[in-house]
Design a protein around this ligand. Structure first.
Ligand code: ZN
Length: 232
C-alpha cells in the first residue's frame, strides 16, 4: 500500500517485508515515493532490530514499490520502521504543487499545454507548447502564480471513479504518472485547477511560499521551457 497517495505528510511508519532479494526490499505498506519521470524518489532509512539500512532509491518494478538499500541483510517477514528524508520530500511536495499552480495559470491565460516537466531540489522546469514567449509575459505568470500561493488555497486529494474522471475537461493536462487503481486520483487546487496526478503535494498553496523564475529557453518552434526555484 502506498501511504503517500492518501497522505503525503506521513514521515515514518511500521511495515512488514513482503519480499527481499539482496538489497531490493518490498513492504506491505510504505511512505516512500518511487521515482517517476517527473518527481525523484524519496530517500531515507529502514530500521530492523536497531540495524539501520539506508534507502538510496525507490522505484516501481512489476507494479510493486521496491526500496533499494545500501546493503543486503533484510529478509521476508522482518518488521521494519521506515523513515523518509523529510526535508527532501517536503521540497518535492512544494515544487510539485508549484508546477500545478504555474501550469494552471498559464493554461488559464493562454490554453498552452504542458509538454514535459521535471522536479528537482535546486530548480524545476516546465515545458509548454506556446507561441508567444515574451519574458515580461512569463514574469506576469509567475506573479499570478505567487498570488495563488499567497491566497493559501486548500489543495485536496480526491479519488474518483474513472468513468466520472474522464468527463472532467483537461484533467490529464499534466499527465504525471498515475498509480494503477480503479479510481483516478485527482489533485484539486481550490477554485483553480483539477489534475489527475500520482505525485506528492502540499495541503495548502501557502506552503509553497514563493516561486522565483530562474530562466527561460526556447526549445523549438512552439516549445518553451521555464526553470523556477522556490524561496525558502
Ligand atoms: Zn501532481
Amino acid at each position: 500500500m502506498a501511504i503517500y497517495l492518501e497522505d503525503s505528510y506521513v514521515k515514518d511508519f511500521e511495515a512488514d517485508i513482503t519480499a527481499a532479494t539482496k538489497n531490493y526490499v518490498a513492504l506491505d505498506r510504505t511512505s516512500f515515493y518511487p521515482h517517476s519521470g517527473v518527481q525523484p524518489s524519496d530517500t531515507g532509512i529502514l530500521i530492523n532490530r536497531n540495524e539501520k539500512f539506508n534507502v538510496l532509491v525507490v522505484e516501481v518494478s512489476n507494479k510493486e514499490i521496491v526500496h533499494i538499500t545500501d546493503r543486503a541483510g533484510l529478509s521476508k517477514g522482518d518488521k521494519v520502521h521506515g523513515c523518509i528524508d523529510w526535508d527532501r520530500r517536503y521540497k518535492f511536495m512544494r515544487s510539485h504543487t508549484a508546477c500545478h499552480i504555474r501550469s494552471a495559470v498559464i493554461y488559464r491565460d493562454t490554453g498552452a499545454k504542458i509538454t514535459g516537466n521535471q522536479i528537482d531540489l535546486d530548480r524545476s522546469r516546465i515545458d509548454f507548447n506556446l507561441e508567444n514567449f515574451e519574458r515580461d509575459l512569463m514574469r506576469n505568470y509567475i506573479e499570478e502564480a505567487n498570488q495563488i500561493i499567497e491566497e493559501d488555497r486548500p489543495v485536496r486529494i480526491k479519488f474518483t471513479p474513472l468513468a466520472e474522471a474522464i468527463q472532467i475537461p483537461d484533467l490529464m493536462r499534466l499527465a504525471i504518472e498515475m498509480p494503477e487503481r480503479e479510481e483516478t486520483r485527482i489533485i484539486e487546487i481550490n477554485g483553480l485547477d483539477m489534475q489527475a496526478c500520482g505525485g506528492t503535494h502540499v495541503k495548502r498553496t501557502g506552503e509553497v511560499k514563493k516561486l522565483l523564475m530562474v530562466k527561460t529557453e526556447n526549445k523549438g518552434k512552439a516549445n518553451r521551457r521555464i526553470y523556477f526555484s522556490l524561496e525558502g
